[in-house]
Design a protein around this ligand. Structure first.
Ligand code: URA
Length: 449
């Protein structure tokens, strides 16, 4: 039957059969469905949603549309880590080598940037030689040599995600529970890691906007992965302000290196440690998150994580000298500061616009297949809750041209609200799903960005 009738059914919220969902995924993989029909289908799914049963079928169809690495056969404690994403949400650059340093085995299959969320695959692409297209042997080899590995989805693993993802990124069909669940879980199941940790974020700085959507997605992913025999933890996090200061590909690598050298933004470090501690508990390495945090704080301060990071990048073909000397990473020709117009506390700024500007400057794709500019982005020196003195830079735009820099400076500066008052924390973990339980956490947060 023609795929146009399946789009029509989805458009009128009629339940899709297993065969229709499988044909959709098959057509995405073999190219028999053109981009414009896939885009229409993604839009209909985004607008109308899918039932839990349909989403389960979608996940399985996407998983079965490609190969599997079944990494758990060789590395029984392998762990898959992921986040649904948001502005500056780049904990993985540090988390993977951090966990590897304490003897865990993070094996991550992921994807380029999507929507306002930056992606680790695009970031590490700033490093000459770095390869993320790893077949099973290479993936296993890197994990065995350094303890962690990073692979991109593609023709071997979850090809349906590779095709749909590129379309969703440029058709405003990113924030759909069904499409996110299909995309993330098919990847996490395809590597075959026995342990999975996925942070689901919702809020002003997140891909998902509402708490209801975040809860729904967290619950569903925890249920599906548990039913498929995985040990999974899914924290639900309210995310209302950019994480860390840097937005941009090479800029986020430089920031991650600063964290691994004992510096960097405190909120980013806290989030890395909090998620890492949950992972230590998930794999049974620590009995509680407090012990995990203590271990990870100490390890981050030891300098060993940075060494591990350099080893990992080199093991995947990346130029070691570039990460040992971050000044060699791509740098924008134009840097423009936005000075604060007043003394006071930053009461607000628009994190979503900051994410959008970073993409428009060239750090993301506006059309499918757009080349990326690894040099550009923003550094937010002052975020919500932070004090500033008149004339000090609120943020710096890193741009390819003076015109692009000035446009971004003007637009983001107009969203800054400076005055006196308190702001609520921007990043708060609200619940944890997984292992058949819903836990209310002891809580961690930071002032709003
Ligand atoms: N990350 C993914 O891998 N897929 C999505 O759809 C969103 C975030």
């Amino acid at each position: 039957m023609s795929f146009v009738f399946t789009i029509e059914k989805q458009r009128y919220r009629q339940k899709l059969s297993r065969d229709e969902i499988r044909d959709f995924v098959k057509g995405a993989v073999d190219g028999s469905i053109p981009d414009y029909q896939l885009a229409a289908m993604c839009m209909a799914i985004s607008l109308n949603g899918m039932s839990d049963d349909e989403i389960r079928e979608l996940i399985v169809a996407m998983l079965e549309g490609g190969g599997r690495y079944d990494i758990g056969r060789d590395i029984p404690d392998a762990i898959e880590q992921h986040t649904t994403g948001g502005v500056g949400d780049g904990i993985d650059l540090t988390l993977l080598p951090l966990l590897a340093t304490v003897g865990l085995h993070p094996a991550k299959l992921t994807a380029p940037a999507i929507g306002i969320s930056s992606g680790i695959i695009d970031k590490v692409d700033s490093i000459p030689g770095m390869s993320t297209m790893l077949d099973r042997t290479a993936f296993l080899g890197v994990i065995r040599t350094v303890g962690c590995a990073l692979a991109n989805h593609g023709p071997d693993l979850v090809p349906a995600d590779a095709r749909l993802y590129a379309i969703r990124d440029v058709t405003a069909t990113v924030d759909s529970i069904a499409l996110i669940a299909g995309s993330i879980l098919s990847k996490k199941l395809a590597t075959g890691a026995p342990y999975i940790h996925i942070s689901v974020k919702y809020g002003r700085a997140a891909l998902l906007k509402t708490r209801r959507d975040g809860m729904e997605l967290a619950r569903l992913m925890a249920e599906v992965a548990t039913a498929m025999g995985r040990n999974i933890t899914v924290p639900l996090i309210r995310f209302d302000g950019a994480l860390g200061q840097a937005l941009g590909l090479a800029l986020e690598i430089k920031q991650a290196i600063a964290v691994m050298q004992g510096g960097g933004p405190a909120d980013l470090r806290q989030q890395i440690v909090a998620m890492g501690a949950q992972i230590l508990q998930l794999v049974g390495r620590e009995r509680n998150v407090a012990a995990g945090r203590a271990l990870l704080e100490k390890t981050l301060d030891s300098g060993k994580v940075y060494e591990k990071f350099c080893d990992w990048i080199a093991a995947q073909g990346g130029d070691r000298r570039t990460v040992e000397n971050p000044a060699l990473l791509p740098t924008a020709p134009v840097m423009l500061d936005a000075p604060s117009p007043a003394d006071g506390t930053v009461l607000d700024l628009d994190p979503r616009l900051a994410g959008e500007l970073s993409i428009s400057l060239g750090g993301g794709r506006l059309r499918k297949g757009d080349p990326l500019d690894h040099r550009v982005g923003l550094v937010l020196h002052r975020r919500s809750g932070e004090r500033v003195t008149r004339g000090e830079p609120l943020f710096t735009v890193h741009a390819a041209t003076p015109e692009a820099a000035e446009n971004a400076r003007r637009r983001l500066a107009s969203t800054y609200l400076i005055g006196e008052g308190a702001v609520r924390p921007a990043l708060v973990e609200e619940e944890v799903f997984g292992l058949g339980q819903t836990i209310t956490p002891t809580g961690h947060g930071r002032d709003q960005t």
